[in-house]
Design a protein around this ligand. Structure first.
Ligand code: SAM
Ligand code: SF4
Ligand code: F3S
Length: 446
């Protein structure tokens, strides 16, 4: 019988990367991918624990799978990712339909767990922090992700312990992959057709690898990737303001391929709240990074993450966040109401009134969305360089992205996929630009 796996992914880009690598791994024991639940004989849910109801979402999803397979042979059910790491044994006890629970640092053990379970039908649980073994194992399995824009994890885990965040508990301590291992994987991605590489890490700019008396940093990786002719664009995410060092800022001068959008989560515009969050930087320091980058390259734009209603946030703190938004003019941002995560310091603090937080979220999102709409509108009638990623579901329109990651939808030939083309923008909305192809010849990025 054909072995088919259905993988559903929640959460951040690192989970997306992990899901791809999990698939590369299970392929070794004969699995094929399916995008239909009902065809699967193995169902894997890659979970996220960052905000509310993460756990309940998982049990709800498993309930759906149960229903789908009511009159069919049960698939092997695997829960992976950050909820698996946080809940481990508990999941197996609460939902007997789950067969395997595997944490993010144990994916190198997934084939062993599946084979063992297939043989003895016993529950399997793997939730150790064993990042070195994970990446050593994965580096021996080719990354066959054949997307035009591909993710590449260079760093995992976090030692910062912001008081609201579960990541240090679910992904473990900070670990940076060896420089050569990363470059080798980048070459594999290039061989499979990648034109854009997005370097990933929970704290990507904390990347630090020591080899033969030389220390490699994120700036070294970016400059190395800049040297590959086949790569058109390079990005990295997610950065911490404290790790925006001078060498990294200077890459914006030296690299023609590093895109001019910096995603730099600030969370709050108030120093009082930043301190209580244990963010380890002030607003003045954040603004200094902003100014240095603008000085080096005035085209650099910023996007950010905000947490609204963090314990202790009063009107004055919230107004400071609004002031920062006015000052920087973020072109794209994510904002969330604070969610108390079990086991974190902030979970024990006095919570802001839920109605108040919701009101503030509406105000901030209105402002952020207005900025986005205004920015997109200003691009109408302009000609932009777009890296074409794929054809859309309708089989007619092409999908690509600008240098600032904005989605562009336009008519064009599939031959353009993987190329940078020029698109004249004819209309826009909050999230996307629409236009027509000017010239399909490959353009160099400015
Ligand atoms: N490492 C990144 C940094 O330092 O900014 C953030 C990574 S975290 C996976 C992504 C975003 O989730 C954060 O920037 C924050 O805005 C949001 N987040 C994390 N914990 C949260 C919580 N307890 N409640 C609401 N939002 C949260
Ligand atoms: Fe979470 Fe980012 Fe803070 Fe680490 S630096 S604890 S990943 S928010
Ligand atoms: Fe979620 Fe884990 Fe990523 S908690 S945001 S999947 S690191």
């Amino acid at each position: 019988m054909l072995k088919k796996i259905f993988i559903k992914t929640f959460g951040c880009q690192m989970n997306e990367y992990d899901s791809n690598r999990i698939f590369d791994t299970v392929k070794e024991i004969g699995f094929e991918k399916t995008d239909k639940y009902e065809d699967a004989n193995c169902y894997l849910l890659n979970t996220c624990h960052i905000r509310d109801k993460a756990k309940e979402k998982v049990y709800h999803e498993i309930g759906r799978v149960k229903k789908i397979f009511r009159s069919k042979p049960k698939p092997i059910v695997i829960v992976a990712g950050c909820v698996a790491q946080a809940e481990n044994q508990e999941m197996l006890k609460r939902e007997p339909y789950i067969d395997i629970v595997i944490g993010p640092q144990s994916y190198h053990k997934i084939n062993e767990a599946i084979l063992k379970h297939s043989k003895n039908k016993k529950k399997e649980e793997e939730t150790e922090f064993d990042t070195i073994s994970k990446f050593n194992y994965l580096s021996k399995i080719k990354n066959k992700d054949s997307k035009v824009s591909s993710f590449l994890t260079i760093q995992e885990g976090c030692d910062k312990f912001c008081h609201f965040c579960v990541v240090p508990y679910t992904r473990g301590p900070e670990y940076s992959r060896p420089f050569k291992q990363i470059i080798d994987e980048a070459k594999e991605l290039i061989d499979s057709g990648a034109k854009e590489i997005i370097l990933l890490g929970q704290n990507v700019n904390a990347y630090k690898f020591q080899d033969n008396n030389r220390e490699y940093k994120l700036s070294d990786l970016l400059l190395e990737l800049n040297g590959f002719d086949q790569i058109e664009r390079v990005r990295y995410t997610t950065s911490h303001p404290k790790d925006m060092t001078e060498d990294l800022i200077n890459v914006y001068k030296k690299s023609s391929k590093l895109m001019p959008l910096v995603h730099l989560p600030v969370q709050s515009g108030s120093n009082k709240i930043l301190k209580s969050m244990n963010r380890k930087h002030t607003i003045e320091e954040y603004l200094k990074v902003y100014e240095s980058l603008k000085e080096i390259n005035p085209n650099v734009e910023f996007s950010s993450d905000f947490i609204i209603g963090y314990p202790g946030e009063d009107e004055d703190d919230f107004n400071k966040t609004m002031e920062l938004i006015e000052k920087i003019g973020f072109i794209n941002s994510y904002s969330f109401i604070f969610s108390a995560r079990p086991g974190t310091v902030a979970a024990d603090l006095t919570q802001v009134n839920a109605v108040k937080s919701k009101e503030r979220l509406e105000i901030i999102q209105k402002r952020l969305f207005e900025n986005q709409i205004k920015k997109n509108k200003s691009l109408e009638n302009k000609i932009l360089n777009v890296l074409v990623e794929n054809i859309m579901k309708d089989g007619i329109k092409l999908f690509g992205r600008t240098e600032y990651m904005t989605s562009v939808i336009f008519d064009g030939d599939i031959d353009n996929i993987g190329k940078i083309v020029q698109v004249e923008i004819t209309s826009s909305n909050q999230n996307s630009l629409f236009g027509k192809l000017v010239e399909s010849s490959k353009k160099k990025v400015a």
